[in-house]
Design a protein. Sequence first.
Length: 110
Amino acid sequence: MAEFFKNIEKGVVFDANEILAYDSGSVLSKTVAQKGNVSVTFFAFDEGEGLDAHTAPGDAMVVVTDGEVLVTIDDVAHVVKAGMSIVMPANVPHALKAIRKFKMMLVIIK
């Protein structure tokens, strides 16, 4: 059977904010779980960086672990801070822009 989790050690406590370090002028990502219709990816965005409007084939939940991001879903803007989450519905245009550098866990379920 294929492994679900990768790039993280099982059975060991970890700090989600230490999965990725910030990198000046960059957006970094690391997928830690992917199987079938589910994926879990951690991201680190430098201040001012973002992802342009796009759609995804599944519902996508953003869990902000550090910093602050502007999430726009179908032209409605939301400020999401550390400790907060938002779900971006499947097939609906959404974009992200770092207000301050931020980190997030993205869970996509198709």
